[in-house]
Design a protein around this ligand. Sequence first.
Ligand code: SAH
Ligand code: SF4
Ligand code: F3S
Length: 473
Amino acid sequence: MATLITEEQMREQKAYIMRLKEDNMRYAAEYGHTRRALTETYGCQQNENDTERIRGMLKEAGFEFTEDSKKADVIIYNTCAVRENAEQKVFGRLGLLKPIKERRRNMVIGVCGCMVQQEHITEKIKKSHEHVDLVFGTHALYKMPELLWKAINSKKTVIDIEDSKGAIAEDIPIMREDAKKAWVSVMYGCNNFCTYCIVPYVRGRERSRTPEAVIAEVKELVAAGCSEISLLGQNVNSYGKDLDIDIDFADLMRMVNDIEGVERIRFMTSHPKDLSDKLIETMAECDKVCKQLHLPFQAGSNKILKQMNRGYTKEEYLEKIAKVKKAIPNISLSTDVIVGFPTETNEDFEETLDVLRKVEYDNIFSFIYSRREGTPAAKLDFVLTDEEIHKNFDRLLEVQNAISLKKNKEYVGRIERILVDGASKTNPDVLSGRCDSSKIVNFKGDESLIGKYIDVRITEAHTWSLNGELVKE
Ligand code: SAH
Ligand code: SF4
Ligand code: F3S
């Protein structure tokens, strides 16, 4: 069972929050405003959720927020290590901050999250980015108040990338992005060690929060007006294995389903090898659980799956999908795919396309393999050239786009319940929301509908979104 960061340790951090706050008030008396903070997030929902905690701590410490790096007194980049381009982006950003920092010496630049949990990255920051004042890894998130205090008050770079040995910090302050939809972490870390993946190295071993802690957080959210809960973990199907009570993810899902005021439940990510019949049944039975499943298959060839250490064959995966489709007829499916794993040949890649055609996902998240230092796959030699890999990647998109459009067309004429998110990104006169299966629906409507559940008749289908019209009451 995971240990907890002690109340005493959390009190210590609270004391640092108060010190930062007093300091901010002194600062405001001098400059007319408290220090301004800017946060930027790279990576997955887990990181988005961590940034909400970072902002929660900053807010309690009296910081204001800005999106303008020229005005920011504190900048914190919460980083991702899953692919090289995410890391390059952060180094690019840090480079741009150098001249700004030269003009404003008191500014604090912080880099945290998965990327800096890798020692070679922290070394690189120390060597080539001396203008960075603060570096902390995923395990030190709860210690941010103390580390930030030290960074503000010292000339040296403050670094904390120690492993917490699996301890969980509860009750870190939080400032949520959305009033209606919230992420709730049910577990942290990953034990799967897929051979291409850095996550287990930067997030540590699997550790589950207690059901009491999860339920308390959901109830608090509902009391504050939130109604869509996304349960988060790198592999939610492992939930509870490390707890000393008999509980699994399906049980937890049912407990959340029973909470009054929760309207929708989503979850990610499920690992195919651990997707149980019980979970499928529970999904089908729980009325609030959205009929949507993200089930990454990564590659279609059994040879590649084995070399990836995924723990299932193509046939076993397809069998699980068949079970899901049978139990939940209108299920919307999505997946992650990696193209260009080092030993992948064109024949192997055909197997990936075969899975796409057989399953007919509503949408996919596809990635070109990126070599991650320290992972077993990093030692393998490539069979295909970059050009061949890119060609396969384009083909993958072509095949999937046609399937996505076909699946979206099935929605035309249906009435879908939408939680309205806000104005559409592409057209401010149009509202946008998500239906049960999480597809984006655009429609004309009044701003007063934002944050409400409404019925929309789907009139038109595109590859990545649907258009609709309000159903009059
Ligand atoms: N725990 C989740 C998500 C992990 S990261 C899961 O197992 O599904 C999200 C996705 O990034 C993975 O599913 C995988 O498709 C992709 N990914 C991970 N490592 C990668 C790498 N080295 N190169 C390219 N894509 C990678
Ligand atoms: Fe990475 Fe595999 Fe763990 Fe997902 S299950 S986080 S892909 S190691
Ligand atoms: Fe990236 Fe870390 Fe998430 S590596 S994908 S931000 S767990």
